[in-house]
Design a protein. Structure first.
Length: 349
C-alpha cells in the first residue's frame, strides 16, 4: 500500500503523528486537510480584491482538533446530528447508542469518526481520499463498512466532497461535513451580516433538546424563511419558539432538490465580496450559526466567539430513524451509500 505522509500536523496525546495535506488549483485556491478526522483545516479563496482569504475556522495542529469540542471542519459519522433517546431500531432490533447530549445521541456518541486518524487511500495535487474502517457495532450501530471521503478541488473553485461506503448489514449512514464558514475570513468576527438564501419551503421544528417533532412546517411567514435571501442577523433573535429553543439558527431545512445534485443554498459576505454556493443530492441542510462558540481558541491566535461562523451541514434530517415521514437514513446490506456535496466559491457582482 502506498504511503501518503503529507506534512507533519503535530502529535496526539498518545504519541501518534497526524498529517496535513494541501490541494491547490491553477487559480491559487488551496484546501488543507488533515488525516485526523478527515477534517478541513484551511480553505483559501480569492476575495473581490484578489486577496486569498481563509474562510473556514480551525485549529493550528492536531492537538487542537483532539481537544476541541466544536467539530470544526469535521467529517461527522456514522450518523450526523441527533437521534432522540439515543436508540435506533433496525429490522426489529433496538440498538443502544451513547447518551452524549441530554439523553440523546449527537454525532454518533463519544467515539467520533472525527476523533480518529483516517488512512489516506489516494492523494493528488487536487484530490485526496480518506478511508476509515468502521467495524460491526462501532458506535453501537450494526454492520461493518469502509467509509471513504474524497475531497476534490476543481478549476471552478469548488471543493467537492463525496462519501462512499457499502455496509455488510442494514445500518444507519448519514455523513456530513461540519465546517464553520466566515466569508470575511476565519478570524473576522460576526457573520450576522452575511446574506443567506436557502432553497427550502419547509423546515423540521424541534423540541427544546433539538429533537425534531416529526412536523414538516412551512417557512412562510416565519423567521425561517430564507427563500428570498436575508442577513442572518435580521431575525436570529426573533420571539419564535424554534429560534428560542436553538438560541438562534440550528435547524434542518427541507430541500427542494428531490435527490438530484443541485444548488440548495447561497451565502454572500458583507465585506470580502466572496459568495459561496452549496450543492448537494441530500434531502436536508442543518444551518447552524455557531450559537455556542465561546472563545474557542483557533488558528493563528484567533478566538472564535458566538455567531462568528455559519455551518451548512448537508444530511438526512435529524432523528429521521424515528420518523417515517422523513427520508430514511438506512443503507441496506450490500447497497452503496454514495452522496455528494460541494462548496463553490466566486466573487459577487
Amino acid at each position: 500500500m502506498i504511503q501518503y505522509n503529507g506534512e507533519s500536523f503535530g502529535k496526539l496525546q498518545d504519541g501518534r503523528e497526524a498529517h496535513l495535506y494541501t490541494l491547490e488549483n491553477t487559480n491559487g485556491v488551496k484546501a488543507c486537510l488533515t488525516d485526523y478526522g478527515a477534517a478541513l483545516v484551511r480553505l483559501f479563496v480569492p476575495d473581490s480584491q484578489g486577496r486569498m482569504t481563509d474562510v473556514v475556522q480551525g485549529y493550528d495542529n492536531a492537538a487542537g482538533y483532539e481537544k476541541g469540542g466544536a467539530s470544526l471542519g469535521a467529517t461527522v459519522g456514522r450518523n450526523a446530528n441527533r437521534i432522540g433517546g439515543a436508540s435506533a431500531e433496525i429490522n426489529g432490533i433496538v440498538y443502544e447508542l451513547d447518551k452524549n447530549d441530554n439523553g440523546n445521541n449527537l454525532h454518533s456518541g463519544y467515539d467520533y469518526y472525527h476523533k480518529r486518524i483516517w488512512n489516506v487511500d489516494r492523494y493528488t495535487e487536487n484530490s485526496i481520499t480518506f478511508e476509515l474502517h468502521s467495524p460491526d457495532k462501532d458506535q453501537g450501530y450494526p454492520g461493518a463498512l469502509d467509509m471513504r471521503v474524497t475531497y476534490v478541488l476543481d478549476e471552478k473553485n469548488a471543493l467537492n466532497i463525496r462519501y462512499e461506503a457499502v455496509p455488510d448489514q442494514d445500518t444507519v449512514i448519514n455523513m456530513t461535513n461540519h465546517s464553520y464558514f466566515n466569508l470575511n475570513g476565519h478570524d473576522s468576527g460576526s457573520v450576522l451580516n452575511h446574506k443567506v438564501t436557502l432553497y427550502a419551503d419547509c423546515f423540521t421544528p424541534a423540541d427544546s433538546q433539538s429533537i425534531p417533532t416529526g412536523e414538516i412546517r412551512s417557512v412562510e411567514g416565519t423567521p425561517m424563511d430564507f427563500r428570498a435571501g436575508k442577513t442572518l442577523g435580521e431575525e436570529i433573535d426573533a420571539d419564535y419558539e424554534p429560534i428560542r429553543f436553538g438560541d438562534g439558527y440550528d435547524h434542518n431545512w427541507v430541500l427542494k432538490n428531490k435527490g438530484s445534485f443541485d444548488k440548495v443554498a447561497e451565502v454572500t459576505s458583507d465585506k470580502s465580496g466572496i459568495v459561496m454556493d452549496v450543492y448537494t443530492d441530500l434531502p436536508g441542510v442543518q444551518m447552524y450559526t455557531a450559537n455556542f462558540l465561546d472563545g474557542e481558541p483557533g488558528k493563528n491566535g484567533a478566538s472564535y466567539e458566538r455567531r462568528s461562523a455559519v455551518c451548512l451541514e448537508t444530511q438526512y434530517y435529524p432523528d429521521s430513524i424515528h420518523h417515517n415521514n422523513f427520508p430514511g437514513p438506512i443503507c441496506r446490506k450490500g447497497e452503496k451509500y454514495d452522496t455528494r456535496t460541494a462548496y463553490c466559491f466566486r466573487v459577487g457582482e
